[in-house]
Write a protein that binds this ligand. Structure first.
Ligand SMILES: [Zn+2]
Length: 504
């Protein structure tokens, strides 16, 4: 059976989602979970983009045990050198160079002629090949490129030493018939003594990212690029979990397999959702909360008689119902540490100590601590550790009529406590006004969302906020988790405010 390689770009294209910023520690955590999930190739970042990106790619290159680690580079020598520096210690390094080939991109963005584009591909793929065994080339905006010129660009890259050709539908413009046709055309027409791997990269602007990726596979692509939960630029990338499940459930049709460990899917999705701050819609395929809920009576009756009547994917297959052993108030440190290991966390002695204190604190208020609670708690802890200003205290004065008052104190990077008090039409508004005063800024609160992490009346609250910088229009996200709604709201707002402050 044909094996499809899974290429994950959650940390590169996924991070290009407005407001998504993973720190290095979070990137490593995601990378390690991706390796556990069975990802073959990880695009860890764009090393030349910033010092932070460079460090993260380097750290992932040094921690990945099995995965190929990829760095993105434009067709420029300095990009390729920087990627080499970041990746040289990887077990299996790979470079991903790209250059746009569509008329609109060449004319308006690159301001290059076709001849110049071809010359640049030849020069830079050739140069990359002197440093890397594995060179991937992407003709950016391939789906809007003239077929003949696309073939010429791809053939040039192959002749210069690229063995992986990625065909991006950069703007999410293509459809399955057309996109599959591009692969068929290229595969039939290229000339090479070496085996060339073709790869798909799709965006979901027209809602066809997964369908397009599958069409590419049907037409000979052996690699699929995408991101967990389908996050990414604009409408996002191909959701890799969808492709993995489609190949598995419809093995009869596609005749392909992958290395994806399906029952790690939900856990991977949860982690990315939590760290990116982008919630998974309830009706999302494979991983949405409602994906396995049968509401209508006829369906329920059928599922009870035989699950196969309406259920093509079982929750266990993707790891949804793996809430094996919840912890509680009486769980000791040993059980706690074992649970962390089971969830794939590698914490230092100090971090474990801090996490255990938080856990005990939560267990005083909540009867059963589920896996979701624990993941939330640990994410919250690691986010807080990296914050410059931390929430110290919130005090609210509530009256059932008129204005509400809030006093908020934070501890800044120097360890100084700052206090502000403000009023607002509601308690949360009063808290946010006080935080704005402390940060000396006035962002626009674009989104405020509250959700319970688990069911039950003793559930923890998870608040997600999105702030817009009124001048730069940049977007910042924050998540706060707490037993108390107001405290969670304050934490989320401070997290987003910290990020906004760092950008100034
Ligand atoms: Zn993309």
């Amino acid at each position: 059976m044909r094996k499809i390689q899974f290429f994950d770009t959650t940390l590169r294209d996924g991070e290009q989602t407005p407001g998504v910023n993973f720190n290095t520690k979070e990137k490593i955590q995601i990378a390690m979970q991706l390796e556990k999930w069975g990802i073959d190739v990880i695009e860890a970042g764009f090393p030349i983009a910033s010092q932070g990106d460079f460090e993260a790619v380097k750290a992932i290159a040094e921690s990945a045990k099995r995965m190929t680690v990829v760095g993105l580079a434009r067709c420029q020598k300095k990009d390729i050198d920087r990627a080499y520096e970041a990746l040289k210690n990887a077990v299996d390094p790979q470079i991903h160079t790209f250059l746009a080939t569509s008329n609109v991109h060449m004319e308006y963005k690159l301001k290059m002629t076709k001849e110049e584009v071809i010359a640049s591909i030849k020069e830079h793929v050739g140069y990359a090949r002197t440093l890397f065994e594995k060179v991937q080339f992407s003709p950016e905006d391939a789906s809007r490129t003239d077929r003949d010129f696309l073939l010429e660009a791809v053939q040039t890259a192959i002749d210069a030493g690229a063995t992986i050709i990625n065909v991006p539908d950069t703007v999410g413009y293509s459809n399955p018939t057309e996109y599959g046709g591009i692969f068929k055309y290229l595969i039939e027409n290229i000339k090479s003594d070496q085996e060339i791997t073709f790869s798909s990269h799709c965006h979901d602007d027209l809602g066809m990212a997964t369908a397009n990726a599958l069409a590419a596979i049907e037409n000979g692509a052996n690699r699929v690029e995408g991101a967990v939960n389908g996050i990414g630029e604009r409408a996002g990338n191909t959701a890799l979990e969808e492709v993995a499940l489609a190949l598995h459930i419809r093995k009869d049709f596609y005749g392909c397999e992958s290395n994806i460990v399906l029952n790690e899917t939900k856990r991977t999705s949860d982690l990315v959702s939590r760290l990116s701050g982008i919630p998974v819609p309830r009706n999302k395929a494979i991983i949405g909360d409602n994906a396995y809920a049968h509401e209508s009576g006829i369906h329920q009756d059928g599922v009870l008689k035989n699950p196969e009547t309406y259920e093509i994917i079982t929750p266990t297959l993707v790891g949804v119902s793996q809430n094996s052993l919840p912890l509680g108030k009486l769980s000791g440190r040993h059980a706690f540490v074992e649970k962390l290991k089971e969830l794939g966390y590698q914490l230092s002695e100090e971090e474990t100590k801090a996490a255990f204190i938080r856990f005990k604190d939560l267990a005083d208020k909540k009867k059963q601590i589920t896996d979701q609670d624990l993941i939330a708690l640990l994410t919250d802890q690691s986010r807080e550790e990296s914050e410059t200003c931390k929430l110290a205290n919130v005090q609210v004065q509530y009256s059932s009529g008129g204005y509400q008052g809030a006093i908020v104190s934070i501890i800044d990077a120097e360890g100084t406590t700052k206090v502000a008090s403000k009023i607002g039409s509601g308690s949360i508004q009063a808290i946010y006004n006080a935080i704005d005063e402390l940060f000396q800024h006035d962002p626009q609160l674009a989104e405020y969302e509250i959700q319970a992490i688990t069911g039950g009346e003793d559930a923890q609250a998870e608040v997600r906020v999105t702030l817009n910088d009124r001048e730069t229009k940049q977007v910042f996200r924050g998540i706060g988790i707490d037993f108390d709604v107001l405290q969670a709201s304050a934490k989320a707002y401070i997290q987003a405010s910290n990020q906004m402050k760092e950008q100034e």
